[in-house]
Write a protein that binds this ligand. Structure first.
Ligand SMILES: [Zn+2]
Length: 247
């Protein structure tokens, strides 16, 4: 049994969703977490999870989705309270910092991140972090909060930041990028599998739309890289996802 711990099937997914879910089951992917990227998008994730037994959802606010308007953030977070009591909510995210495409409003991103981390801490929910070219600013903010074990989603950063994450008890989301790019890899004990579908399609399906069924291909990559059987990879990564997100 495999888990897709981070994907976006809920928002205008380019493949008919029932087909995608059926194909996921055929490939052993029996639990799926859809990730919100804004309050509106998170509400869609919540509705989608309510319609599909195997799907859970997270409440997120991507750093690039926020324009720095403090009154709007306050209203957004207040409005969200109505659906944060949903029983299929399993985490906060994606949230984080992304300095990849300048100019970035770092102040606004940090303000948003701190507000979202406060919710994660108060609700004792794990976080799916999106951090890109911003770890220097990220670690001191992360250290100001007391979070349950959480995930650095789509991790493609340095060995040094793997060490930083490991010593803070974090897990790492491994996706299709591992199958086609040369990047540093965390130890298997701290990995969860994710597709980030419809983005980041793994080998051998590059050029196609990504979907949760392709978790199997990422697991196959991991089995080869870590010199384990597919069953062992499935067992370790599924246990990790179940432990973190309580699914
Ligand atoms: Zn994502």
């Amino acid at each position: 049994m495999l888990v897709d711990s981070h994907c976006h099937l809920h928002d205008d997914f380019p493949i008919p969703v029932d087909e995608a879910l059926k194909k996921s089951h055929e490939n052993g992917v029996d639990k799926i977490i859809v990730i919100g990227t804004s309050p509106e998008d998170s509400e869609k994730a919540c509705v989608f999870a309510g319609e599909h037994e195997e799907v859970h959802w997270t409440f997120g606010y991507h750093p690039e989705e926020y324009d720095g308007d403090k009154a709007k953030l306050e209203k957004d977070l207040n409005d969200a309270k109505t659906f944060l009591s949903d029983p299929k909510l399993v985490g906060i995210g994606e949230i984080g910092l992304d300095y990849h495409f300048p100019p970035t409003d770092k102040k606004a991103q940090i303000f948003l991140l701190e507000n979202m981390l406060q919710i994660a801490q108060d609700m004792k929910l794990p976080v799916s972090f999106h951090v890109r070219d911003a770890f220097e600013d990220f670690w001191p903010i992360f250290d100001n909060f007391k979070l349950v074990p959480s995930v650095l989603h789509s991790f493609t950063d340095s060995e040094e930041n793997i060490e930083q994450g490991l010593k803070r008890g974090l897990y790492f989301g491994v996706n299709g990028i591992a199958t086609f790019a040369k990047i540093a890899h965390p130890p298997i004990e701290r990995i969860v599998l994710e597709t980030d579908a419809p983005f980041l399609t793994p080998k051998p399906f590059r050029g196609k739309i990504n979907e949760s069924a392709f978790i199997r291909n990422i697991a196959e990559w991991a089995a080869e890289y870590y010199n384990l059987s597919l069953d062992e990879v499935a067992k370790i990564t599924t246990q990790n996802a179940e432990l973190i997100f309580k699914i």
